[in-house]
Design a protein around this ligand. Structure first.
Ligand code: GLA
Length: 386
């Protein structure tokens, strides 16, 4: 009897220890959703958030897997309340964050908010450095499901303790809250953010709605694939698809590449007025399926021939996802090829390549080849033919 009791005590100590240290399994695949920042900046209010929740349902975004509704910077009032707690801006969010979380939950969505591991947010509003316990408690009380945690006004204090303090505070609330570390890649977060409790971590500074920005961020992902795994994803920043300053071909490349990189997919456009062309890009199920599959590695650059690049991702079923990218802006399309052998596919007489954008199939005996227009990408799944 005594021994049984000792074993029981040992087990409960172990399980408590395990629980406080284990990361919640909230991002077994890259998280997907929407975030207010890229399109709206500080021009946000509860009406926009509610209408966006509605649009996530009516546009089919939710059905395609976009679940998180994230309110970025500028939701908070410029002062903490009498208890020292963060509070929502009384003019723009008169009903507070909890009512938005309740609304999101009633639609099967999840709600995210933002703060900074500094004294103020990037926009100069109250943030969470040294208020981690109180703020995490509020987020949990409100029913928040994700925290994006920025790096502004950090007082040059060491980064690991700043992020660790919030990760622990979130954990102690007992509410599962996805922790999104936004430290802009400054201190190689791919080396520590997983241990600190981050489910995703930004690898770069901010994206802009232009081709140069997308290509610059893409280049910064080379070599980071080995740090990515379930519940620990590299985040090359949110999507600009549909924000208006790029062509649909450019947005297709942006979405194809972010999907292949197992990037969190947070749309950043106005979902209420989205064009069909934009919707077709964001809700392409086959491209999303590449993002959500874990074949043991995020996608990576296989070949770089100057403006023509070949990016691949091993898929769980042994097939390969392939993006053939033309970075050149010239009107003349380029032909880009890759062999099944280079892709690491097992030897076969024939392969089938399915084009995820045109929905056409081709039989490949020697090379997978596509003619790719300026700034466009051809995306395939290729496997041995049956
Ligand atoms: C930083 C982040 C952005 C956004 C803004 C908000 O620049 O990198 O993603 O959250 O702050 O101020």
């Amino acid at each position: 009897m005594k021994i049984l009791l000792q074993i029981l005590i040992l087990f409960s100590v172990l399980s408590v220890f395990g629980q406080t240290n284990a990361k919640e399994n909230l991002a077994p695949t890259p998280p997907m959703g929407w975030n207010s920042w890229n399109k709206f900046g500080c021009k946000i209010d509860e009406k926009l958030i509610r209408e966006t929740a509605d649009a996530m349902i009516s546009s089919g975004m939710k059905d395609a897997g976009f679940i998180y509704l994230n309110i970025d910077d500028c939701w908070m009032a410029d002062k903490r309340d009498a208890n020292g707690d963060l509070q929502a801006d009384p003019i723009r969010f008169p009903n507070g964050i909890k009512s938005l979380a309740d609304y999101a939950h009633s639609k099967g969505l999840k709600l995210g908010v933002y703060s900074s591991a500094g004294t103020k947010t990037c926009e100069g509003l109250p943030a969470s450095l040294d208020y981690e316990t109180a703020d995490a408690k509020k987020f949990a009380e409100w029913g928040v499901d994700l925290l994006k945690y920025d790096n502004c006004n950090n007082q040059k204090r060491p980064f690991i303790p700043r992020y660790q303090a919030m990760a622990e505070a979130l954990r102690k609330t007992g509410r599962p809250i996805l922790f999104s570390i936004c430290e802009w890649g400054e201190n190689k977060p791919w080396q520590w953010a997983d241990n600190v409790g981050g489910h995703i971590w930004r690898t770069t500074g901010d994206i802009r709605d232009n081709w140069q920005s997308v290509m610059r961020l893409l280049d910064l992902q080379v070599g980071l694939e080995k740090y990515s795994k379930p519940n620990a994803w590299n985040d090359p920043d949110m999507l600009e698809v549909g924000n208006g300053s790029m062509t649909d071909a450019e947005y297709r490349s942006h979405f194809s590449l972010w999907a292949l990189l197992n990037a969190p997919l947070f749309a950043g456009n106005d979902l209420r007025t989205m064009k069909n062309g934009t919707k077709d890009i964001l809700t392409n199920r086959e491209v999303i399926a590449v993002n959500q599959d874990w074949g043991g590695s995020q996608g990576y650059k296989l070949r770089d021939d100057g403006d023509s690049e070949v990016w691949i991702k091993p898929m769980s079923d042994g097939s390969r996802a392939v993006v053939l990218l033309n970075r050149n802006g010239s009107d003349i399309p380029v032909s880009i090829s890759v062999s099944p052998k280079e892709l690491g596919l097992s030897e076969a007489k024939k392969y089938t390549a399915h084009n995820l954008w045109t929905k056409t199939n081709q039989t490949v005996t020697k090379n997978l080849t596509a003619s790719v227009a300026a700034h466009n990408s051809a995306m395939f799944i290729i496997k041995p033919a049956k």
